[in-house]
Design a protein around this ligand. Structure first.
Ligand SMILES: Cc1ncc(COP(=O)(O)O)c(C=O)c1O
Length: 473
């Protein structure tokens, strides 16, 4: 036997340390400068992107060269990890989770089947159990971590469809408000339902699903020979942060035998706080719940989750056997994640939630979320004092929506005015806000959800809003 040839794919201990140190040096500089970095910077970004297109390299380059390239590209972007990111739904980027990913990827154990790594699968199962406790689910609940809220919503709809409809399911109808996230319709389509089977239920003055309209739609569909099977509520809409009446929705769903899925991707983790828990009353009555740790727990992108109150339903809708797989667990104490999710091979996502909770404690998350509620209320109070500003949606959680009004302007003129306002606010690059359209009106929204956003940055944002309003007067 000749000795194995050296390969750049197998690193020695010192080489690994050198690489990690080189990356860490750049990461620390990058993260420590986040507050000074602009809230977004796309100047020259398209040219940069073009310049980075390249053929597959046959030979490697020195690590400094490769890392420098990444850290040159990173700042030309929305600064999604920075304190001024109040756009869309902010992600986060807890460093603890990045460390967990490094460990998980380096160890590269497989947690999809319990038998393959029982201890590590247990850490992930712990995380799911903690989430169930946060939302008030019983011990029979089960759940899994997904790549995000969209995939969680997809598995929820497949579960509901398989639990409530026959194999011939095309007469099934889904109900959600006109404010629901588009991933619900996408999930329904992916689950095989024609898009028109997703009924749009009007929302009330506070953008919450109207239960009376829901009842009317269900009755009409039954009358027409269709099969209402799923109600999707929003526990924090993306547009305005509206939380549907979850208690009332649960009662309607129970009365009509519908599966009730709560999309709590944005709002669900506020249940960790006392105030959030009150706003989310009734969440525990939903049959399934989507939570997005990469939103409400400040994790890096790529971590969502789905919880199902009757965990056995998740298994009934996802489990399959194959002769080449190892034996699955009969014992309800243990879980084979591949049997309750669409994925077989997948990353060990549990560690990126488990490690931050272990290192920082749940109290740190609760305090952060409480602060976000305070900051959104603070912003609301300040905005109310700005002449000409109309509050479109008061914060129910941590989003406030507003717009500038001017007497005599028609709807188009108002929309143009508010687009201009948004541009002027963002031009200062201390905060980055996004707008949306509700009931035909373009509105601006502030979504506070980063563990790096504190009062100081909110004050700067409010200053920039006031100045932009002044300029447009
Ligand atoms: C309410 C809501 N549901 C679902 C999603 C989709 O989640 P993801 O982007 O993680 O797929 C989002 C994303 O912003 C959301 O706000």
């Amino acid at each position: 036997m000749t000795p194995s040839p050296a390969t750049p794919l197998e690193l020695t201990g010192p080489e690994m340390r050198t690489l990690v140190d080189a990356a860490m040096n750049r990461i620390v500089v990058h993260l420590e400068s986040l507050p000074e970095q602009p809230a977004f910077d796309l100047d020259g970004a398209a040219e940069l992107a073009r310049s980075l297109a390249e053929p597959m390299p046959e030979r490697g380059v020195p690590h400094d060269q490769a890392l420098d390239l990444v850290f040159r590209a990173a700042p030309k972007s929305f600064n999604t990890a920075g304190p001024g990111y109040l756009a869309y739904i902010p992600g986060g980027g807890l460093f603890h989770a990045a460390l967990a990913d490094l460990v998980a990827d380096a160890v590269n154990r497989y947690v999809g089947v319990w038998l393959a790594a029982p201890g590590l699968a247990q850490l992930e199962a712990n995380v799911v159990r903690w989430f169930s406790e946060i939302v008030g689910y019983p011990p029979a609940a089960r759940g899994m971590l997904t790549s995000g809220g969209s995939l969680a919503n997809f598995s929820a709809i497949v579960t509901a469809r398989r639990e409530r409809l026959p194999a011939d399911f095309l007469r099934g109808t889904v109900y959600a408000s006109d404010q629901v996230h588009h991933s619900i319709t996408k999930a329904a389509i992916l689950a095989g339902l024609p898009p028109e089977r997703v009924r749009v239920v009007p929302s009330d003055a506070r953008f919450r699903l109207r239960l009376d309209a829901l009842e009317t739609l269900i009755a009409a569909d039954r009358e027409a020979g269709l099969e209402p099977f799923l109600l999707v509520t929003s526990a924090g809409t993306t547009n305005t942060g509206a939380v549907d009446d979850l208690e009332g929705a649960a009662a309607v769903a129970e009365r009509h035998g519908l599966w009730h899925h709560a999309d709590a991707a944005y709002g669900g983790f506020f249940a960790l706080t006392e105030r959030g828990h009150r706003v989310l009353r009734g969440l525990e009555r939903a049959d399934s719940i989507t939570l997005d740790p990469h939103k409400g727990l400040f994790l890096p992108y790529g971590t969502g989750s789905l919880l199902v109150r009757d965990g056995a339903a998740l298994e009934r809708s996802h489990a399959l056997e194959a002769e080449y797989l190892p034996p699955m667990q009969e014992d309800a104490e243990f879980v084979d994640f591949c049997q309750i999710s669409p994925e077989l091979s997948r990353p060990f996502r549990g560690l990126r939630v488990w490690l931050p909770f272990k290192l920082a404690g749940a109290g740190a998350f609760r305090a952060q979320l409480d602060e976000k509620l305070d900051l959104a209320h603070w912003a609301h109070e300040r905005l109310r004092e700005v002449e000409g500003v109309e509050i479109v949606a008061e914060p129910q959680l941590s989003i406030v929506a507003f717009r500038l009004t001017r007497p005599g302007l028609d709807a188009d003129g108002m929309n143009r005015l508010n687009r201009e306002l948004l541009e002027r606010i963002n031009a200062r690059r201390r905060v980055y806000l996004t707008g949306t359209t509700v009931r035909g009106a373009f509105v601006l929204r502030i979504c506070v959800l980063s563990f790096r956003t504190h009062l100081e940055r909110m004050e700067q944002g409010l200053q920039d809003i006031r100045r932009a309003v002044e300029e447009l007067r």
